[in-house]
Design a protein around this ligand. Structure first.
Ligand code: ADP
Ligand code: GLC
Length: 471
């Protein structure tokens, strides 16, 4: 069986968040299960992509309304990724330094999807499944099933994975002429809330829809940024499959990014060496418990709570807090300002730093995830793998992966999104830290939990098999 994943991100070539991690790791595990897995992403103007060796396998053009754009498909030659990667090179729209956040993102995402399908028309051995990720590729299921030009692809089953239903990629009907000719009687498939909504369209047209955790699937029926009714209506084809993590990359024994590698036997000294580095770098006291946050500084992640949470915790508790992230400029500047108020107890690195994130997983004592919405969350799974105890709000994938110590589990959980709940959880963290025997016992247990893709990749294979047409 051959599966093609179409995505905007794929680690290590393009990563903004967890989508990149998932598309950079699930294909490896699928390949190990004898499912030929290929990934197609845009050719971005980044050092990592520019430095690759590749072979040009297709040259073509695509139309967006009255404009025609040339593009090519480059096949990456390196075997290091564990699966085949293709890149869509399109000079004007896709060859840019960043993945998202351009004014013409609508045009960019459409160009990517049209290029992928124009290329597939020419491919001799077509994929058995096209697996789309998020709204950026949500129109593919519509295009293959409705657009005359792509009629020869109509029997290829499509799967759409929703990593985050907050973002839906809506655009107005002024741009309807970007969509190649289709039967206008079916225009309703594009519509949601009087605009063209790629995520809603994907949900309507894909053969199967998955979310990245079972709890998130349940939650979407009640809270899906306007798509609740649609998801309930399409319930029969929806399934929640928990994300996994890449155990090769996220392995404290071999991780080249950490200060000292460690395994189960030297977890205490290994983690201490990483904590020591963090304490020197950020001016902390190594004897105090270190609470960390890593992530996008956005409302969904509860980032707006962080500044007040830091003040509240540091006024009452003898702890250190480190925040790594970027996002909302107001949150960023409030977090920066706080440094003056709590020197030696609080610090922040505003920006994206993959290496620093690995050292934090390997050296901090507790990971804070006060998310409002968390479709899966990978941070808590990386934390467990590295022996870092997660403090989470019980929501989405966090609910599916973290069990509270009071329920015979290994993490600290709370239910509400407010400073008081997070504060109480931090306080419980301090109490746990003061009981070093229990704290270390938990650390030793959590590193044994297997959240690798082994399990979930099998669920995807079952899903693909159920869709495969008889030969
Ligand atoms: P999301 O995709 O919603 O941002 P996930 O928990 O699924 O959340 O994945 C986030 C990924 O991005 C993790 O690999 C995390 O370590 C990484 N990450 C987020 N922010 C940063 C940052 N500022 N620096 C380094 N890595 C980050
Ligand atoms: C999204 C979600 C996050 C999830 C990730 C990978 O970015 O916000 O919870 O882990 O996708 O599926």
């Amino acid at each position: 069986m051959k599966v093609l994943h179409a995505s905007l991100e794929c680690y290590p070539l393009a990563k903004v968040g967890g989508l990149g991690d998932v598309v950079g790791s699930l294909p490896k595990y699928l390949t190990d299960l004898d499912c030929i897995t290929e990934v197609v992403i845009p050719f971005f103007d980044t050092e990592k992509i520019n430095d690759l060796s590749y072979e040009e396998v297709y040259n073509g053009s695509l139309d967006l309304g009255k404009n025609t754009f040339d593009f090519s498909i480059k096949k990456v030659l390196s075997k290091d990724f564990g699966f085949q990667i293709y890149l869509v090179y399109q000079e004007e729209l896709l060859y840019r330094p960043n993945v998202y956040s351009y004014e013409d993102d609508t045009e960019r995402f459409l160009a990517f999807q049209l290029a992928v399908l124009n290329w597939l028309l020419s491919v001799e051995t077509k994929p058995d499944i096209i697996h789309c990720h998020d709204h950026h590729t949500g129109l593919i299921p519509f295009l293959v099933s409705q657009v005359d030009k792509y009629n020869s692809l109509i029997n290829i089953p499509t799967v759409l994975t929703i990593h985050n239903a907050q973002y839906q990629g809506q655009f107005s009907y002024d741009k309807l002429d970007y969509i190649p000719q289709f039967d206008l009687n079916n225009i309703g498939l594009l519509d949601w809330g009087h605009s063209i909504n790629p995520l809603a369209t994907g949900i309507k047209c894909a053969w199967r829809v998955t979310t990245v955790s079972p709890s998130y699937m349940d939650e979407l029926h009640h809270q899906a940024n306007g798509l609740e009714g649609l998801l309930s209506h399409e319930k029969a084809k929806c399934i929640g499959i928990l994300n996994g993590i890449d155990h090769d990359i996220w392995n404290p024994e071999t991780d080249p990014m950490v200060i000292k590698n460690y395994g189960a036997k030297n977890i205490i000294s290994g983690r201490k060496a990483n904590k020591k580095w963090l304490c020197q770098e950020f001016n902390f006291d190594i004897d105090k418990p270190l609470f960390a946050f890593i992530g996008r500084l956005v409302y969904e992640k509860g980032a707006d709570l962080l500044p007040d949470m830091v003040s509240e915790a540091l006024h009452h508790l003898d702890v250190n807090i480190l925040i790594l992230g970027s996002g909302d400029p107001i949150v960023e500047s409030r977090l920066q300002e706080l440094k003056e108020h709590f020197p030696g107890s609080y610090n922040t690195y505003i920006g994206y730093d993959e290496k620093l994130s690995h050292i934090i997983y390997a050296g901090a004592d507790f990971l804070l995830m006060p998310s409002r919405v968390e479709p899966c969350g990978l941070n808590q799974m990386y934390a467990l793998r590295y022996g870092l105890i997660p403090i989470v709000r019980r929501i989405g994938g966090l609910k599916d992966t973290v069990i509270d110590i009071d329920d015979n589990g290994f993490g600290i959980c709370h239910d509400q999104v407010n400073i008081q709940d997070v504060y109480n959880s931090i306080k419980r963290g301090v109490e746990l830290y003061n009981d070093q025997k229990q704290y270390r016992g938990i650390q030793k247990e959590i590193v044994k939990i297997d959240h690798s893709w082994n399990n979930s990749a099998k669920q995807y294979i079952e899903l693909y098999e159920s869709l495969k047409l008889p030969q």
